[in-house]
Design a protein around this ligand. Structure first.
Ligand code: WQD
Length: 331
């Protein structure tokens, strides 16, 4: 299939581009570099061994979006493009709602106009809100604690309604847990602009000496060692899940939701200790106050993706920590 990757120069998008090429698909990347860098495109081309078609585009621009779909005859879309920092969304809700909702509305409008009927949407475990029961299953109640999460849940609702109104349409909603790690080449990985919000890119900056120490946000949670527990998944496993999801979308109509996680929860100190052990490098840290909005534990029941998509994560926490460092130390 010829597949548009919106936000395809980003962390998940770039890794998915590589897996889609390996699976024989033709890909086109559209990105405005709001949270990525142009040199990622060269790295993707280097890894896949050919020049990927790229368009610099902001999908909140309706005319530009329609023009792109008129020019290129896509068979499918994987929609990654969006603002994604939880904390930032609380201080800039208008930008988050405009950007994340307008872009989705423009994309589905263009898909309808040019008869493109297969879509995979990058959603997030954050739509489950504060877990009442673990592990989290797709049918469990959803609610959000921040504007970023609400934009993900609202987009899920928009795509569900569009599919109900258009029987030719097929949507797969992928709820990511905590992606970390990097491509084995070390050429691409998680490289956020500024001070990282997320744990692993913060750890790698401490390991490089760019930041003095890691602040562990609380060690008084009701977990095995008091620190927050999350379901970390290797970004390459996550990328492979997108290949299975878009191929599933092509063969089925309607909406399907899948958790993409490992089903295993690790604590902050598990990550710090594993990272230090596998990379033989110290990560100084201090116990700090809890971070607003954090939950104690969050991990997936990944059974539905295993049964329906025949997908499951295979890489270990050692792999994730090794690959994260292999990318960070080279960049
Ligand atoms: C993980 C754990 C922190 C940083 C968020 C979004 C989610 C997705 C992934 C976009 C928690 C602790 C972190 C630090 C720390 N984003 N931590 N010190 O919050 O689980 O998920 O990012 O799709 O939607 O909600 O990820 O990496 O920020 O935190 O102690 O400097 O690490 O308290 O327990 P989170 P995270």
């Amino acid at each position: 299939m010829k597949i548009l990757l919106t936000g395809g120069a980003g962390y998940i998008g770039s890794h998915t581009a590589i897996e889609l090429k390996k699976a024989g698909h033709e890909i086109v990347i559209g990105d405005n570099f709001s949270n990525s860098k142009p040199d990622v495109l060269e790295k993707i081309n280097q890894i896949v061994g050919q020049k990927i078609e790229f368009h610099e585009i902001d999908f909140t621009n309706q005319n530009d979006t329609l023009k792109l779909f008129e020019e290129c005859h896509f068979d499918a879309v994987i929609h990654f493009a969006g603002l994604k920092a939880v904390g930032e969304s609380c201080t800039m809700p208008i930008e988050y709602y405009k950007n994340n909702i307008d872009s989705t509305l423009n994309i589905v409008e263009a898909m309808k106009k040019y008869d493109v009927n297969n879509l995979v949407f990058s959603s997030s475990a954050t739509v489950y809100g504060i877990p009442k029961k673990l592990p989290l299953k797709e049918g469990m109640p959803t609610s959000c604690t921040n504007p970023y999460g609400w934009t993900k849940l609202m987009n899920e609702q928009i795509l569900t309604d569009v599919t109900r109104a258009n029987p030719k349409f097929s949507v797969v909603l992928l709820r990511y847990f905590n992606p970390i790690g990097a491509h084995e080449s070390g050429l691409i990985g998680e490289d956020p602009n500024g001070i990282p919000n997320n744990l692993m890119p913060y750890i790698t900056k401490v390991a490089k000496g760019v930041l003095p120490e890691l602040n562990v946000f609380g060690n008084d949670y009701p977990t095995k060692d008091g620190t927050g527990v999350r379901d970390y998944i290797h970004v390459v496993d996550l990328a492979k899940g997108h290949v299975d999801a878009i191929e599933y979308a092509e063969k089925h109509r309607g909406v399907e939701i899948f958790n993409l996680g490992t089903g295993v929860g690790y604590s902050v100190l598990d990550i710090v200790n594993t990272f230090s052990r596998v990379n033989n490098i110290k990560v100084p840290y201090r116990i700090a106050e809890r971070r607003d909005g954090d939950v104690a534990e969050c991990y997936a029941d990944a059974g539905k993706a295993r049964e329906v998509l025949n997908w499951s994560a295979t890489k270990t926490l050692d792999d994730m920590c090794k690959d994260s460092w292999n990318f960070a130390k080279n960049n």
